[in-house]
Design a protein around this ligand. Structure first.
Ligand code: TTP
Ligand code: MG
Length: 363
Protein backbone atom coordinates (compact mmCIF):
# COMPACT_ATOMS: atom_id res chain seq x y z
CA UNK A 1 0.00 0.00 0.00
CA UNK A 2 1.46 3.35 -0.99
CA UNK A 3 0.45 6.21 1.23
CA UNK A 4 1.11 9.92 1.16
CA UNK A 5 2.11 11.82 4.17
CA UNK A 6 0.60 15.27 4.15
CA UNK A 7 0.96 16.10 7.84
CA UNK A 8 3.67 18.74 7.71
CA UNK A 9 3.39 22.03 5.82
CA UNK A 10 5.44 21.88 2.63
CA UNK A 11 7.85 24.65 3.56
CA UNK A 12 8.54 22.88 6.87
CA UNK A 13 9.40 19.48 5.45
CA UNK A 14 12.80 17.91 5.92
CA UNK A 15 13.60 15.36 3.26
CA UNK A 16 16.74 13.22 3.14
CA UNK A 17 17.95 11.72 -0.13
CA UNK A 18 20.43 8.95 0.57
CA UNK A 19 22.44 7.32 -2.21
CA UNK A 20 25.21 4.78 -1.76
CA UNK A 21 28.59 5.56 -3.30
CA UNK A 22 29.71 3.40 -6.25
CA UNK A 23 27.38 0.80 -4.78
CA UNK A 24 28.19 -2.50 -6.56
CA UNK A 25 31.91 -1.69 -6.77
CA UNK A 26 32.10 -0.67 -3.10
CA UNK A 27 30.51 -3.98 -2.06
CA UNK A 28 33.12 -5.87 -4.09
CA UNK A 29 35.81 -3.91 -2.26
CA UNK A 30 34.30 -4.67 1.17
CA UNK A 31 34.25 -8.35 0.24
CA UNK A 32 37.83 -8.24 -1.02
CA UNK A 33 39.76 -5.44 0.69
CA UNK A 34 42.76 -6.06 -1.58
CA UNK A 35 40.75 -4.11 -4.20
CA UNK A 36 40.71 -0.93 -2.08
CA UNK A 37 42.10 2.08 -3.93
CA UNK A 38 42.01 0.26 -7.29
CA UNK A 39 39.94 0.96 -10.41
CA UNK A 40 37.21 -1.67 -9.96
CA UNK A 41 34.76 -2.06 -12.83
CA UNK A 42 31.62 -4.17 -12.38
CA UNK A 43 29.79 -5.54 -15.41
CA UNK A 44 31.80 -8.43 -16.75
CA UNK A 45 34.98 -9.33 -18.55
CA UNK A 46 36.12 -6.65 -20.99
CA UNK A 47 36.26 -9.09 -23.91
CA UNK A 48 32.54 -9.76 -23.54
CA UNK A 49 29.70 -7.76 -24.96
CA UNK A 50 27.84 -5.82 -22.33
CA UNK A 51 28.06 -2.61 -20.40
CA UNK A 52 29.55 -1.31 -17.18
CA UNK A 53 27.13 -1.48 -14.22
CA UNK A 54 29.27 0.83 -12.16
CA UNK A 55 32.87 1.42 -11.19
CA UNK A 56 34.88 2.70 -8.25
CA UNK A 57 35.77 6.39 -8.11
CA UNK A 58 39.37 5.41 -8.96
CA UNK A 59 38.09 4.08 -12.32
CA UNK A 60 35.99 7.19 -12.89
CA UNK A 61 39.18 9.24 -13.06
CA UNK A 62 39.88 7.45 -16.37
CA UNK A 63 36.45 8.38 -17.72
CA UNK A 64 34.77 5.03 -17.10
CA UNK A 65 31.02 5.41 -16.46
CA UNK A 66 27.88 3.32 -15.89
CA UNK A 67 26.22 2.03 -19.09
CA UNK A 68 29.45 2.38 -21.12
CA UNK A 69 30.38 -0.66 -23.27
CA UNK A 70 32.90 -2.84 -21.44
CA UNK A 71 35.20 -2.67 -24.47
CA UNK A 72 35.31 1.13 -24.22
CA UNK A 73 35.92 0.92 -20.45
CA UNK A 74 38.88 -1.37 -21.18
CA UNK A 75 40.27 1.06 -23.76
CA UNK A 76 40.08 3.92 -21.22
CA UNK A 77 41.33 1.88 -18.28
CA UNK A 78 43.18 -1.31 -19.29
CA UNK A 79 44.55 -1.71 -15.77
CA UNK A 80 40.96 -1.85 -14.43
CA UNK A 81 39.85 -4.87 -12.42
CA UNK A 82 36.81 -6.16 -14.26
CA UNK A 83 34.31 -8.18 -12.22
CA UNK A 84 31.13 -10.03 -13.13
CA UNK A 85 29.27 -8.97 -10.02
CA UNK A 86 26.68 -10.78 -7.99
CA UNK A 87 23.24 -9.21 -7.98
CA UNK A 88 22.08 -11.48 -5.15
CA UNK A 89 24.79 -10.10 -2.86
CA UNK A 90 23.97 -6.51 -3.82
CA UNK A 91 20.30 -7.17 -3.02
CA UNK A 92 21.26 -8.45 0.43
CA UNK A 93 23.26 -5.32 1.16
CA UNK A 94 20.44 -3.18 -0.17
CA UNK A 95 17.88 -4.69 2.17
CA UNK A 96 20.24 -4.29 5.11
CA UNK A 97 20.53 -0.58 4.33
CA UNK A 98 16.78 -0.18 3.83
CA UNK A 99 16.25 -1.83 7.23
CA UNK A 100 18.49 0.84 8.75
CA UNK A 101 16.31 3.55 7.20
CA UNK A 102 13.21 1.99 8.74
CA UNK A 103 14.91 2.19 12.12
CA UNK A 104 14.62 5.96 11.84
CA UNK A 105 11.27 6.48 10.14
CA UNK A 106 8.51 4.55 8.36
CA UNK A 107 8.36 7.35 5.76
CA UNK A 108 10.82 5.77 3.34
CA UNK A 109 10.50 5.81 -0.44
CA UNK A 110 12.93 3.34 -1.95
CA UNK A 111 13.79 4.62 -5.41
CA UNK A 112 16.35 2.09 -6.57
CA UNK A 113 18.67 -0.59 -5.21
CA UNK A 114 20.91 2.00 -3.51
CA UNK A 115 18.79 5.10 -3.13
CA UNK A 116 15.88 6.33 -1.04
CA UNK A 117 14.05 9.41 0.14
CA UNK A 118 13.23 9.68 3.84
CA UNK A 119 10.76 12.20 5.22
CA UNK A 120 12.39 13.15 8.50
CA UNK A 121 10.11 16.05 9.42
CA UNK A 122 8.51 14.32 12.41
CA UNK A 123 11.66 12.50 13.54
CA UNK A 124 13.57 15.75 13.83
CA UNK A 125 10.81 17.40 15.80
CA UNK A 126 10.75 14.40 18.18
CA UNK A 127 14.50 13.94 18.57
CA UNK A 128 15.27 17.63 18.91
CA UNK A 129 18.55 17.32 17.02
CA UNK A 130 19.68 19.04 13.86
CA UNK A 131 19.08 17.52 10.44
CA UNK A 132 22.81 17.47 9.81
CA UNK A 133 23.50 15.53 13.01
CA UNK A 134 20.83 13.01 12.13
CA UNK A 135 22.23 12.68 8.60
CA UNK A 136 25.71 12.02 9.97
CA UNK A 137 24.32 9.51 12.46
CA UNK A 138 22.66 7.55 9.65
CA UNK A 139 25.82 7.65 7.56
CA UNK A 140 27.85 6.32 10.50
CA UNK A 141 25.29 3.64 11.21
CA UNK A 142 25.36 2.44 7.59
CA UNK A 143 29.16 2.43 7.63
CA UNK A 144 29.28 0.58 10.95
CA UNK A 145 26.94 -2.13 9.72
CA UNK A 146 28.13 -2.50 6.11
CA UNK A 147 31.51 -0.73 5.79
CA UNK A 148 29.95 1.16 2.87
CA UNK A 149 29.80 4.91 2.42
CA UNK A 150 26.87 6.93 1.17
CA UNK A 151 26.00 10.52 0.45
CA UNK A 152 23.11 12.40 1.99
CA UNK A 153 21.27 15.42 0.63
CA UNK A 154 18.97 17.30 2.99
CA UNK A 155 16.39 19.85 1.86
CA UNK A 156 12.77 20.86 2.13
CA UNK A 157 11.84 18.81 -0.94
CA UNK A 158 12.84 15.76 -2.96
CA UNK A 159 14.20 17.61 -5.97
CA UNK A 160 16.69 19.71 -4.03
CA UNK A 161 17.60 16.84 -1.65
CA UNK A 162 18.52 14.65 -4.62
CA UNK A 163 20.66 17.30 -6.27
CA UNK A 164 22.30 18.01 -2.90
CA UNK A 165 23.25 14.36 -2.38
CA UNK A 166 24.78 14.18 -5.86
CA UNK A 167 26.82 17.33 -5.13
CA UNK A 168 28.16 15.84 -1.89
CA UNK A 169 29.44 12.62 -3.48
CA UNK A 170 31.32 10.57 -2.50
CA UNK A 171 30.98 10.06 1.25
CA UNK A 172 29.45 13.47 2.00
CA UNK A 173 26.48 15.35 3.33
CA UNK A 174 25.01 18.59 2.08
CA UNK A 175 22.12 20.44 3.64
CA UNK A 176 20.32 23.15 1.71
CA UNK A 177 18.66 25.51 4.14
CA UNK A 178 15.04 26.37 3.17
CA UNK A 179 14.95 29.65 1.30
CA UNK A 180 18.37 29.14 -0.32
CA UNK A 181 17.26 26.59 -2.92
CA UNK A 182 17.39 28.98 -5.89
CA UNK A 183 20.84 30.33 -5.05
CA UNK A 184 22.17 26.78 -4.52
CA UNK A 185 20.93 25.74 -7.96
CA UNK A 186 21.85 28.95 -9.83
CA UNK A 187 25.49 28.11 -10.73
CA UNK A 188 24.80 24.47 -11.63
CA UNK A 189 24.65 23.33 -15.26
CA UNK A 190 21.07 22.91 -16.54
CA UNK A 191 21.48 19.13 -16.83
CA UNK A 192 21.64 18.94 -13.02
CA UNK A 193 17.87 19.38 -13.05
CA UNK A 194 15.74 16.27 -13.37
CA UNK A 195 14.02 15.96 -16.75
CA UNK A 196 16.85 17.64 -18.65
CA UNK A 197 18.50 14.82 -20.58
CA UNK A 198 21.06 15.10 -23.35
CA UNK A 199 18.59 16.12 -26.02
CA UNK A 200 16.85 18.84 -24.00
CA UNK A 201 20.21 20.08 -22.82
CA UNK A 202 21.36 20.50 -26.43
CA UNK A 203 18.17 22.36 -27.33
CA UNK A 204 18.42 24.66 -24.33
CA UNK A 205 22.15 25.25 -24.92
CA UNK A 206 21.33 26.21 -28.50
CA UNK A 207 18.99 28.87 -27.12
CA UNK A 208 21.75 30.17 -24.84
CA UNK A 209 20.77 28.47 -21.57
CA UNK A 210 23.72 26.86 -19.83
CA UNK A 211 23.28 27.28 -16.10
CA UNK A 212 20.20 27.07 -13.92
CA UNK A 213 20.59 30.84 -13.36
CA UNK A 214 19.92 31.31 -17.10
CA UNK A 215 16.62 29.47 -16.65
CA UNK A 216 15.74 31.36 -13.48
CA UNK A 217 15.79 34.59 -15.50
CA UNK A 218 12.72 33.47 -17.48
CA UNK A 219 9.12 34.11 -16.44
CA UNK A 220 6.55 31.36 -16.20
CA UNK A 221 4.86 32.71 -19.34
CA UNK A 222 8.10 32.61 -21.30
CA UNK A 223 8.73 29.05 -20.15
CA UNK A 224 5.28 27.69 -20.92
CA UNK A 225 5.13 29.52 -24.23
CA UNK A 226 8.32 27.79 -25.34
CA UNK A 227 8.06 24.40 -23.66
CA UNK A 228 4.35 23.85 -23.00
CA UNK A 229 3.64 21.64 -19.99
CA UNK A 230 7.34 20.97 -19.51
CA UNK A 231 7.79 24.71 -19.19
CA UNK A 232 5.99 24.63 -15.84
CA UNK A 233 8.27 21.83 -14.71
CA UNK A 234 11.43 23.72 -15.67
CA UNK A 235 10.14 26.94 -14.14
CA UNK A 236 9.56 25.43 -10.70
CA UNK A 237 12.52 23.03 -10.87
CA UNK A 238 14.95 25.85 -11.69
CA UNK A 239 13.81 27.64 -8.52
CA UNK A 240 14.13 24.49 -6.42
CA UNK A 241 10.39 24.14 -5.86
CA UNK A 242 8.85 20.70 -5.68
CA UNK A 243 5.82 19.55 -3.71
CA UNK A 244 5.92 15.81 -4.48
CA UNK A 245 5.38 13.82 -1.29
CA UNK A 246 7.65 11.00 -0.16
CA UNK A 247 5.67 7.92 -1.12
CA UNK A 248 6.22 5.47 1.64
CA UNK A 249 5.19 1.89 1.68
CA UNK A 250 3.86 0.33 4.78
CA UNK A 251 5.70 -2.97 4.50
CA UNK A 252 5.87 -5.41 7.39
CA UNK A 253 9.24 -5.49 9.16
CA UNK A 254 11.54 -8.54 8.92
CA UNK A 255 12.58 -8.24 12.54
CA UNK A 256 11.75 -6.00 15.46
CA UNK A 257 14.45 -5.03 17.90
CA UNK A 258 14.92 -2.88 20.95
CA UNK A 259 18.11 -2.25 22.87
CA UNK A 260 19.50 0.04 25.50
CA UNK A 261 22.97 1.20 26.49
CA UNK A 262 23.48 1.87 30.19
CA UNK A 263 25.14 5.02 31.46
CA UNK A 264 27.06 2.86 33.94
CA UNK A 265 27.94 -0.82 33.35
CA UNK A 266 25.49 -3.10 35.13
CA UNK A 267 25.70 -6.46 36.95
CA UNK A 268 22.52 -6.48 39.00
CA UNK A 269 20.37 -9.35 37.70
CA UNK A 270 17.06 -7.96 38.96
CA UNK A 271 17.75 -4.62 37.29
CA UNK A 272 18.82 -6.30 34.06
CA UNK A 273 15.75 -8.54 33.94
CA UNK A 274 13.62 -5.42 34.51
CA UNK A 275 15.32 -3.67 31.59
CA UNK A 276 14.87 -6.73 29.42
CA UNK A 277 11.15 -6.80 30.21
CA UNK A 278 10.88 -3.14 29.29
CA UNK A 279 12.58 -3.80 25.94
CA UNK A 280 10.39 -6.81 25.26
CA UNK A 281 7.28 -4.74 25.95
CA UNK A 282 8.53 -2.10 23.55
CA UNK A 283 9.27 -4.63 20.78
CA UNK A 284 5.98 -6.38 21.47
CA UNK A 285 4.04 -3.16 20.92
CA UNK A 286 5.45 -2.99 17.40
CA UNK A 287 4.78 -6.69 16.86
CA UNK A 288 1.15 -6.12 17.82
CA UNK A 289 0.93 -2.98 15.73
CA UNK A 290 1.92 -4.99 12.66
CA UNK A 291 -0.33 -7.88 13.74
CA UNK A 292 2.59 -10.29 13.55
CA UNK A 293 4.06 -13.22 15.44
CA UNK A 294 7.67 -14.13 16.13
CA UNK A 295 9.37 -17.50 15.98
CA UNK A 296 12.88 -16.58 17.04
CA UNK A 297 14.30 -14.47 19.83
CA UNK A 298 17.78 -12.97 19.71
CA UNK A 299 19.44 -11.57 22.76
CA UNK A 300 22.30 -9.10 22.40
CA UNK A 301 24.77 -8.47 25.20
CA UNK A 302 27.68 -6.06 25.11
CA UNK A 303 30.20 -6.41 27.91
CA UNK A 304 32.16 -3.65 29.61
CA UNK A 305 35.13 -4.56 27.39
CA UNK A 306 32.89 -3.90 24.30
CA UNK A 307 32.77 -7.55 23.24
CA UNK A 308 29.31 -8.20 21.87
CA UNK A 309 27.56 -11.56 21.73
CA UNK A 310 24.19 -12.57 20.36
CA UNK A 311 22.36 -15.67 21.49
CA UNK A 312 19.21 -16.89 19.78
CA UNK A 313 16.43 -19.28 20.49
CA UNK A 314 14.00 -20.69 17.94
CA UNK A 315 10.54 -21.28 19.32
CA UNK A 316 8.49 -24.28 18.33
CA UNK A 317 5.84 -22.10 16.83
CA UNK A 318 5.08 -18.45 16.04
CA UNK A 319 4.03 -16.51 19.13
CA UNK A 320 2.44 -13.18 19.86
CA UNK A 321 1.72 -13.59 23.56
CA UNK A 322 3.65 -11.05 25.61
CA UNK A 323 3.97 -13.26 28.71
CA UNK A 324 5.31 -16.23 26.75
CA UNK A 325 7.76 -14.13 24.77
CA UNK A 326 8.93 -12.55 28.01
CA UNK A 327 9.33 -15.94 29.67
CA UNK A 328 11.43 -17.34 26.80
CA UNK A 329 13.54 -14.20 26.61
CA UNK A 330 14.32 -14.23 30.33
CA UNK A 331 15.23 -17.91 30.09
CA UNK A 332 17.57 -17.12 27.21
CA UNK A 333 19.12 -14.30 29.22
CA UNK A 334 19.62 -16.40 32.35
CA UNK A 335 21.15 -19.23 30.32
CA UNK A 336 23.70 -16.84 28.88
CA UNK A 337 24.52 -14.38 31.63
CA UNK A 338 25.25 -14.92 35.29
CA UNK A 339 26.36 -11.48 36.45
CA UNK A 340 29.85 -11.20 34.95
CA UNK A 341 31.40 -9.37 33.13
CA UNK A 342 29.42 -6.16 33.66
CA UNK A 343 27.03 -5.25 30.83
CA UNK A 344 26.99 -1.96 28.97
CA UNK A 345 24.21 -2.89 26.58
CA UNK A 346 21.33 -5.30 26.43
CA UNK A 347 19.00 -5.85 23.48
CA UNK A 348 16.31 -8.17 22.26
CA UNK A 349 15.17 -8.82 18.73
CA UNK A 350 12.04 -10.65 17.58
CA UNK A 351 12.83 -12.48 14.36
CA UNK A 352 11.32 -14.87 11.81
CA UNK A 353 8.14 -12.84 11.86
CA UNK A 354 4.98 -13.79 10.08
CA UNK A 355 1.56 -12.26 9.99
CA UNK A 356 -0.53 -15.30 10.91
CA UNK A 357 -1.71 -13.21 13.80
CA UNK A 358 -5.17 -14.64 14.07
CA UNK A 359 -4.25 -18.32 13.90
CA UNK A 360 -4.30 -20.13 17.22
CA UNK A 361 -0.89 -21.19 18.54
CA UNK A 362 0.01 -24.50 20.12
CA UNK A 363 0.18 -22.81 23.50
P1 TTP B 1 24.00 4.71 -8.96
O1 TTP B 1 23.61 5.18 -7.61
O2 TTP B 1 23.56 5.52 -10.14
O3 TTP B 1 25.58 4.64 -9.07
P2 TTP B 1 26.65 4.19 -7.99
O4 TTP B 1 26.05 3.93 -6.67
O5 TTP B 1 27.44 3.05 -8.54
O6 TTP B 1 27.62 5.44 -7.92
P3 TTP B 1 27.32 6.87 -7.28
O7 TTP B 1 28.35 7.04 -6.21
O8 TTP B 1 27.52 7.84 -8.40
O9 TTP B 1 25.93 6.86 -6.75
O10 TTP B 1 23.50 3.24 -9.18
C1 TTP B 1 23.45 2.28 -8.14
C2 TTP B 1 23.84 0.91 -8.67
O11 TTP B 1 22.95 0.52 -9.71
C3 TTP B 1 25.23 0.86 -9.24
O12 TTP B 1 26.23 0.60 -8.26
C4 TTP B 1 25.12 -0.24 -10.25
C5 TTP B 1 23.68 -0.20 -10.70
N1 TTP B 1 23.59 0.46 -12.03
C6 TTP B 1 23.62 -0.33 -13.17
O13 TTP B 1 23.70 -1.56 -13.09
N2 TTP B 1 23.59 0.30 -14.39
C7 TTP B 1 23.51 1.66 -14.55
O14 TTP B 1 23.49 2.19 -15.66
C8 TTP B 1 23.47 2.46 -13.35
C9 TTP B 1 23.41 3.96 -13.46
C10 TTP B 1 23.50 1.82 -12.12
MG1 MG C 1 24.71 5.31 -5.82
Amino acid sequence: MVLHRPRVAESMRCIFHIDMDAFFASIEIVRNPALKGKPVIVGGRPDRRGVVSTCSYEARVFGVRSAMPLSEAYRLCPQGIFLEGSYETYRRYSSKIIDIFYNYTPFVEVVSIDEAYLDMSDVLAEKGISAKMLGQEIRQRIFYETQLTCSVGIAANKLVAKIASSKSKPNGLLEIIPGTEASFLAPLPIQSLPGIGEKTQMLLNRDGFYTVADLQALTLDEFSHKHGAWGYHYFFASRGEDNRPVQWEESPPKSIGAETTFEKDQVDMAFLVGELKRLIAKAHRRLRMHKMRTKRLSLKLRYSNFRTVTRSKTLITHLNDLNLIEQFAIELFEENYSGYPPLRLIGISLEQLNDSYWQPTLF
